[in-house]
Design a protein around this ligand. Structure first.
Ligand SMILES: [Ca+2]
Length: 470
């Protein structure tokens, strides 16, 4: 899970004004919400044998705290009214709890839903198209943001349905709603522990369970609002690439030559890319949606959610063991050797074992495949920072990267010096600084130092120890 290599990332943001109209049973409310949207892109890169590459793309949205919280309060009042009205109707109709027609529709703008108990996926005024899995057809079908069957963040195999969407280019994304977490066992040890999660209400510091006190510091049993939901401001969630990134013209037989990113299953992922290029390409993918190379804490946000009851939880995510680097592929066990029983159909019963949920709705390729570059490095002054990742290293846009202190550069010193970092699935979920099996699920815990200052995540197809990257 912890590895050192080169990574890049990018971000952009823009503001949009939205007008939303709610009407229900005599109540009409207009809320004007100003939001800042962030799209995160995560790309993995492989450089020679050590640096495999992959990409994961993520997007995130930001919302202005004040305006959104005002809107959320209004929405909450509406929800309460909804509950009240629903109850009255239910009573008068003998228990029918369906929401009457003409009442408030489920939003899809990052605001919190009392019904869904998560921040609703922000489809950015239609720039993201909601999709849901049709199990009879065995394919994704388009739906709408107010479709109550679009997603669910539940705890059973039937309800582990994280929201999926696609962008115009066909790339696929998965919504990670803002949450707080608590490592209740296994903190800073090599034994896989447990992580509890409570989803947050919008951009406010209150969880869906009413929790309002947070420690926000590394430590066992601390409740921390996950830091991945800060991107120049608080964001209500992030969209993460569903598969390792590939070139847009990639096929199963060849990686392609296009310089444009696409997130798609069943093709060779984008490898042999410098951190410098990965960071820049991710930023350029979609300026409107603030795309950027995934950061360490964003990787951690996906890993922790996967380890919670809303993800695969106690079952390790199976490894993508395809030596052809086919996106979405799965070996026949969590620790299958290279090409051992590989299934390249991500939707098959074997394939879904390699997603973060154990269902087709999760994120793939976070264990195995190619190593992922992330936008994070130890700031140790090595020439490699500029030579391999100058765009990342030199950017003054600090929200687009995670920088780790390195005043006495060695793997051990860097590890200990950054023991206060939390949410990035590094110090918290490992017991030692340099080991092939020092992290949870016997994952790699080597920390970056000297000439390899960049973090890389997720292991590769050939690593036999499991590599959950958590
Ligand atoms: Ca990978």
């Amino acid at each position: 899970m912890i590895t050192n290599l080169n990574i890049k990332n990018k971000m952009l943001k823009y503001q949009s004004k939205k007008t939303k109209k709610y009407s229900e049973s005599g109540i009409t409310l207009i809320a004007l919400v100003v939001t800042i949207i962030v799209l995160l892109i995560l790309i993995g890169v492989v450089i020679n044998l050590i640096f495999s590459d992959h990409g994961i793309i993520a997007k995130a949205r930001e919302s202005s705290d004040r305006t959104e919280s005002a809107a959320l309060e209004e929405q909450e009042k509406l929800s309460e009214a909804d509950d009240y009205i629903g109850e009255m109707i239910s009573n008068s109709q003998g228990g029918n709890t369906d929401i009457p027609e003409g009442t408030d529709k489920l939003p899809s703008d990052g605001s919190y839903s009392e019904i869904k108990e998560v921040n609703t996926p922000d489809i950015e005024n239609g720039q993201l198209i909601p999709i849901k899995w049709d199990s009879e057809k065995g394919e994704w079908i388009e739906t709408t943001g107010d479709d109550e069957e679009w997603y669910e963040y539940g705890t059973t195999n039937d309800t582990k349905r994280w929201a999926n969407a696609k962008t115009e280019d066909g790339s696929m994304w998965v919504w990670i709603p803002r949450y707080a977490y608590c490592i209740t066992s296994g903190y800073h040890s090599s034994s896989a522990g447990t992580i509890e999660i409570e989803f947050m209400k919008g951009t406010r510091n209150e969880s869906s369970r009413g929790r309002t006190v947070f420690q926000n510091e590394s430590g066992a049993n601390n409740w921390n609002i996950h830091p991945a939901f800060e991107y120049g401001g608080t964001v209500s969630g992030i969209w993460v690439a569903k598969f390792e990134a590939s070139r847009s013209d990639a096929t199963a037989q060849a990686p392609g030559s296009s310089e444009t990113i696409k997130v798609q299953p069943g093709v060779q992922s984008w490898r042999k890319i410098k951190m410098d290029t990965a960071y820049t390409n991710c930023l350029n993918y979609n300026g409107n949606l603030n795309s950027h190379l995934m950061k360490n804490d964003e990787w951690g946000a996906v890993a922790y959610l996967s380890k919670s009851k809303y993800g695969k939880e106690t079952e390790e995510v199976w490894k993508n063991n395809s030596s052809s680097f086919i996106t979405g592929a799965a070996g026949n066990s969590a620790s299958a050797g290279t090409d051992e029983g590989t299934d390249t159909n991500y939707a098959s019963s074997q394939g879904v074992e390699a997603s973060t949920t154990g269902t087709v709705y999760g994120i793939y390729d976070m264990s195995g495949g190619a190593w992922e570059l992330v936008a994070a490095y130890v700031d140790n002054g090595t020439p490699s920072l500029k030579n391999n990742g100058n765009s990342l290293y030199s950017t003054t846009d600090t929200k687009t990267k995670n920088v780790y202190a390195s005043s006495r550069d060695s793997a051990e010193n860097n590890y200990n010096e950054n023991s206060g970092k939390y949410g990035d699935a590094l110090y918290e979920t490992s017991g030692e600084f340099s080991s092939n099996s020092g992290a949870w699920y016997a994952d790699n815990s080597s920390y970056p130092y000297t000439g390899s200052p960049f973090f890389i995540r997720g292991g590769s197809h050939s690593i036999t120890t499991s590599c959950r990257s958590i």
